[in-house]
Design a protein around this ligand. Structure first.
Ligand code: SAM
Length: 232
């Protein structure tokens, strides 16, 4: 069972995010538990302030360290990173992190039993959170979102579908894009002819060796065209 705790100023963002398809089934089967926590519950002032101006000046606001420290400490039961169990990961969603990949999704699905996801907002999060609490600072790509919430949904989806038993057909994860440094091969379904476009003959003849050869060649062509960096 993987436990996912999300720290956010918009817990309602996640209300239905995990209520669909594979992730909903994984939750129902007890493979994963997700809970979004309002960062404001860990503030100690009467206005529940979670942000403040940046030292050194400049635009925007920064999420304060104290409520995030209180939240991570409560959720992990540990006062600092060194005390976490090896199966605990505390992830800060950040455009400054290393870029999320299928390999990292596999690592998390295999090795983590508890993940705390910290969603930033505004100019970001007080750096001391990263310095003392975070095990992984991760970006979902080289662009800037307004908050970490969509990034957390993306990563949780990618991790949960890889948990053993989450996919109906276990082999489908091993044949997918990125599992062998290749993109997936093209897929077709009925009808065989549509709008002047036809399904490649080889897929209709039932010769499995030929189909496998065609799929491999088509996957290579597609990778060469769209993601030549994967072939290097
Ligand atoms: N000032 C930051 C910078 O330039 O690097 C951008 C902050 S961004 C507007 C606010 C929050 O959105 C971040 O703290 C992070 O949690 C989230 N975020 C933005 N882009 C992201 C990305 N590519 N991957 C993961 N999280 C991202």
């Amino acid at each position: 069972m993987l436990r996912c705790d999300i720290i956010t100023i918009f817990p309602e963002f996640f209300r239905e995010a995990f209520d669909y398809g594979i992730i909903r089934r994984a939750r129902a089967a007890g493979l994963v538990e997700t809970e979004a926590h309002d960062l404001r519950q860990w503030t100690s002032d009467k206005h529940h302030v979670v942000d403040d101006r940046p030292f050194g000046g400049g635009e925007g606001m920064v999420l304060k360290a104290e409520p995030i420290f209180a939240g991570v400490r409560e959720l992990t039961g540990c006062s600092n990173r060194e005390a976490y169990s090896p199966q605990t990961r505390v992830i800060l969603l950040s455009p400054q992190g290393r870029v999320f990949t299928q390999a990292l999704a596999e690592d998390l699905s295999r090795n983590a039993s508890h993940i705390v996801w910290i969603c930033g907002r505004y100019e970001g999060v007080d750096e001391r959170v990263s310095e003392a609490l975070v095990t992984d600072e991760i970006s979902i790509g080289d662009y800037v979102l307004s908050g970490g919430e969509p990034a957390a949904v993306v990563m949780i989806d990618a991790v949960v579908r890889l948990l053993p038993g989450a996919l109906g057909n276990e082999s489908s994860a091993t044949n997918e894009s990125f599992s062998q440094d290749l993109l997936d091969h093209p897929h077709y379904t009925r009808p065989t002819e549509f709008s002047g476009l036809s399904v490649p003959d080889v897929l209709l003849k039932g010769n499995h060796a030929e189909i496998a050869r065609w799929r491999r060649a088509a996957a290579l062509r597609k990778t060469q065209r769209n993601r030549p960096d994967l072939l290097k």
